[in-house]
Design a protein around this ligand. Structure first.
Ligand SMILES: Nc1ncnc2c1ncn2[C@@H]1O[C@H](COP(=O)(O)OP(=O)(O)OP(=O)(O)O)[C@@H](O)[C@H]1O
Length: 232
């Protein structure tokens, strides 16, 4: 699980995240919503130890990400699916990732199967569609069989079948007891994927509740919440 407590991140004069607290519990898909520039990426980067908080903390299973000895077995993340070498083949990429992180190579075939890339695993990534790259990045996140998963805009590049696939994958991962955090701008998809929703605006928490508590239209509830917090 993820616990964010009074997280603050300042970049020079920009207060990107401002005393933010929320949790991502095990067994549920938590949707993470906010306008462009609201501070979502900064929060995700802080969770993954890529950005050092100015104040407060982000813990995964009770510790900062960087304090875990085998972080890929604790949290898997997809922040930018295009961040892979196009000259490599899918299977080779995953094997290298497994080797460099002390993970069993037997996981490679398992995750390729999980994301539906087995048939194209020996093709070069440069020839993959955006949706295939998303699936490969998700395979990488699943490699360590972690208890926590973070997906930043995972639906980018996925076709309707891919979106349905991701929705069922996220649900399955949560039902297996994992904590799943998904950021997306696609409100209707979020309403069908998330069990609970965290909304931020200007780096601050605007709402954290079960999906049902947002009423019949998540989009309308989101607009009402963020209108009050639009740029100052
Ligand atoms: N490395 C950085 N240096 C300076 N300012 C930054 C940096 N990273 C983010 N910011 C600023 O912090 C604020 C929050 O940005 P962040 O990328 O976290 O928002 P976001 O919610 O992820 O937005 P988007 O949905 O557009 O990705 C913005 O004002 C952004 O310009």
């Amino acid at each position: 699980m993820i616990e964010i407590h009074q997280l603050t991140k300042r970049y020079g004069r920009t207060l990107a995240v401002d005393g933010l607290s929320f949790t991502v519990p095990a067994g549920q898909v938590t949707g993470f919503l906010g306008a462009n520039g609201a501070g979502k990426s900064t929060t995700l980067r802080a969770i993954l130890g890529l950005d050092r908080p100015t104040a407060g903390h982000a813990l995964v299973d009770g510790r900062p990400y960087t304090h875990h000895r085998r972080p890929m077995q604790v949290v898997g993340a997809v922040l930018d699916a295009s961040a892979v070498h196009g000259g490599r083949r899918g299977r080779t990429h995953l094997r290298a990732l497994a080797r460099s992180n002390g993970l069993s190579p037997t996981r490679v075939d398992a995750v390729l199967d999980e994301v539906g890339l087995t048939a194209v695993a020996d093709r070069r990534i440069g020839g993959y569609s955006l949706g295939m790259r998303q699936r490969l990045a998700i395979a990488g996140a699943l490699l360590g069989d972690p208890g926590t998963l973070i997906f930043d805009e995972p639906l980018n590049g996925l076709d309707p079948e891919g979106i349905r696939w991701f929705r069922s994958l996220a649900g399955r991962l949560a039902r297996d007891g994992r904590a799943v955090l998904v950021s997306s701008h696609l409100m209707t998809e979020m309403a069908q994927t998330a069990d609970r929703v965290v909304v931020i605006g200007n780096g601050r928490l605007l709402a954290e509740d079960s999906l049902d508590a947002f009423g019949p239209s998540l989009e309308e509830a989101y607009v009402r919440l963020t209108e009050g917090a639009s740029h100052v």
